[in-house]
Design a protein around this ligand. Structure first.
Ligand code: G6P
Length: 618
């Protein structure tokens, strides 16, 4: 869960590395560093804290160079210290940055110690630096080109590693190139004019180039100013397709907003409209929205198993209500990290649906592999990052079109996942013969109206910001919802705890009396999601139970929910009930409540403590 970037050019690459690392901070932000190399040697600067601190240190030391690598870290092995920050150096000659986890690092460390290598850090990464150095020295036949030796040493070293890695390496002995390797963590090569790059994702280098090659599992590459060579896991030179990325610089910049989270909340009408564009353009829900073969695959499906983590898991929980009610198929939803370690029941005709914003969450990826190993034949990925690992490992794919999501707390990715899952539901419903053309037209009309309704919900921001002032001083909060809105209560509680650090729990409102009611007193704000659906009267009774114990209610209702404000009961109304798509609308107020509460508490909204956006470790 770290970000890496590297560059070789005729110009000074330090600004490219620093800017790249700032864009990769979502992957980890506890420390960072860069190393540059030329024939005189390898130099590095590292700092704990944010990239901006390391940038200042680099400027103070007059760091400049035409060949460099950089890293932003989310600590796994070893604490947050400068000694554990990357790049790691071996013998003053070779510097390396790493994303991933090396599982056999202890054995390799023992072996390298016996060979005389001294270790300065507690990381698994330092092992790789010494291992490559060792192979470099071993391969030192007279007359052998040091550049070739560097690549060969990397290729030999990775064959002795187990685990996951994206690596970029430079050496004083070969100052005309970078070498890199990928296994289980994303890595791409950026192709410029007389300069080339390597990075964890395209946002890091988009200011320099949009032409990229996605490395495949087991690939290594040699990157020089004049060109790039890619080798497969068997060290055979291969050609990989060049993609032109459509990530825009504007999507990576804050514009008029204070935080990316705020920007991303406000982008939701556009993000949802883009995700729905294909269905709306063809005027219906066709299986082909999920890939050319999708009709044939989805027709034979007899159930759905959804696997995901975090916010994506809550999107899955919402979809279960839709899939069972509309498509009439059994649907289970499970947290990927649990599913992958249990003896799960597998029906080969049940469709595995993974949901992942990043497409690289390790637990979700492993759950997908496990599902396949259990005999599941059909897999579908709902993902926001093209060419990422999970969609590449899936038979069918639906890309949400949220655009780059930078705030660690997921917002627009969630609502676009809901939009995609709703489309999947209707496609399945049609194939099951449960959605007649008239009903399909009705759903399409509701989807058409969805971006506008989301915009109306966003217009409630000033009222929600006023509530947030009252939340800022609280230590705990309870979120209640029922039916389709229970997952939204869960998502609201998750958002609040992630970014404001207020302890928040969500319960299905009917479960209140079985435990959480014991927590309710005047200090406990209780957020209730109470749209005007068939459970409204039940929710109202649950609210009475809270009021009777002195709890303060903050109710998100619809215009027609028929609530009155009273002592201890605050109500904000979304404009109209959105029927089966109501969970999408009711997500907006809980996102805004979390955002404004965090703002009032002065936390680091986009980079909450201890978290990272892309979780590529267990
Ligand atoms: C992390 C992020 C969450 C996200 C979860 C799953 O915990 O902070 O926002 O929901 O990972 O990520 P994915 O990319 O698989 O949706």
């Amino acid at each position: 869960m770290c970000g890496i970037v590297g560059a070789i050019a005729d110009r000074d690459v330090v600004p490219v590395l620093v800017e790249g690392l700032k864009r990769l901070e979502y992957r980890g932000y506890d420390s960072s560093g860069i190393a540059i190399a030329d024939a005189a040697g390898v130099r590095r600067v590292r700092r704990t804290g944010r990239v901006a601190e390391m940038e200042q240190a680099a400027a103070a030391e007059g760091f400049r160079g035409t060949l460099g690598i950089g890293h932003t870290r989310w600590a796994t092995h070893g604490g947050v210290t400068e000694a554990n920050a990357h790049p790691h150096i071996s013998h003053g000659d070779l510097a390396l940055v790493h994303n991933g986890i090396i599982e056999n690092h202890e054995q390799q460390r023992e072996r390298l110690r016996a060979l005389g290598y001294a270790f300065e850090s507690q990381t698994d990464t330092e092992v790789i630096a010494h291992l490559i150095h060792h192979h470099m020295v071993q391969g030192q036949a007279p007359g052998t080109d040091p550049g070739r030796r560097l690549l060969a040493a990397l290729q030999a070293a990775v064959k002795e590693l187990t685990g996951a890695y994206a690596l970029a390496v430079l050496s004083r002995a070969a100052p005309d190139r970078l070498v890199c390797a990928r296994m289980g963590c994303p890595l791409l090569v950026g192709l410029g004019e007389g300069e080339n790059f390597v990075a964890s994702d395209v946002s890091a280098i988009v200011q320099a180039t949009r032409r990229v090659v996605f490395l495949e599992e087991g690939d290594t590459a040699e990157i020089r100013r004049e060109g790039v060579r890619v080798f497969d896991a068997g060290d055979r030179e291969v050609r990989r397709e060049v993609h032109v990325s459509d990530v825009s610089l504007a999507s990576l910049e804050l514009g008029p907003y204070r935080h990316f989270m705020q920007k991303e909340i406000h982008e939701q009408p556009r993000a949802i409209a883009d995700t729905l564009e294909a269905a709306i353009d063809v005027g219906g829900f066709e299986a082909e929205l999920f890939g050319a073969r999708a009709g044939e695959v989805l027709r034979g499906v007899t159930g759905v198993q959804i696997l995901a983590c975090g916010t994506s898991y809550y999107a899955g929980l919402t979809a279960r209500y839709w899939i069972e009610a509309i498509a009439g198929l059994p649907c289970s939803v499970e947290i990927a990290s649990e599913y992958r370690y249990r003896d799960a029941y597998a029906d080969p005709d049940h469709l595995i649906v993974t949901i992942s914003q990043s497409g690289e969450t390790l637990d979700t990826m492993e759950a997908l592999k496990y599902a396949k190993s259990l005999g599941h034949r059909h897999t579908l990925s709902i993902c926001n990052v093209p060419e990422s690992a999970i969609p590449r490992a899936s038979g069918l794919v639906c890309y949400t079109r949220a655009g780059a999501e930078i705030g660690v707390a997921s917002t627009k990715a969630f609502t676009t996942q809901l939009a995609a899952l709703f489309q999947l539901t209707v496609v399945l419903g049609k194939l099951q013969g449960r959605v007649a053309p008239e009903r399909e037209a009705g759903y399409l009309e509701q989807l058409r109206r969805l971006p506008g309704s989301v915009q109306h919900a966003l217009n409630l921001e000033p009222q929600i910001a006023a509530w947030a002032e009252r939340f800022a001083g609280k230590h705990n909060a309870l979120f209640l919802g029922r039916g389709l809105h229970y997952p939204i209560a869960l998502e609201g509680a998750l958002k609040l705890k992630e970014i404001s650090y207020i302890h928040a729990e969500a319960y299905p409102a009917g479960e209140l009396k079985h435990g959480p009611l014991a927590l309710v007193d005047a200090a406990m704000p209780v957020v209730v999601i109470a749209p005007n659906d068939r459970l409204l009267e039940k929710v109202k009774s649950n609210m009475q139970e809270v009021r009777a114990r002195g709890g303060e209610l903050f109710v998100f209702a619809d215009q027609d929910s028929n609530f009155t404000q009273s002592e201890g009961v605050h109500v904000i109304r979304t404009p109209r009930h959105a029927g089966v798509l109501s969970p999408v609308i009711h997500t907006i107020p809980v996102q805004l409540l979390a955002y404004h509460t965090a703002l009032a508490r002065g936390t680091d909204v986009d980079k909450p403590r201890n978290l990272a956006k892309s979780v590529t470790v267990e």
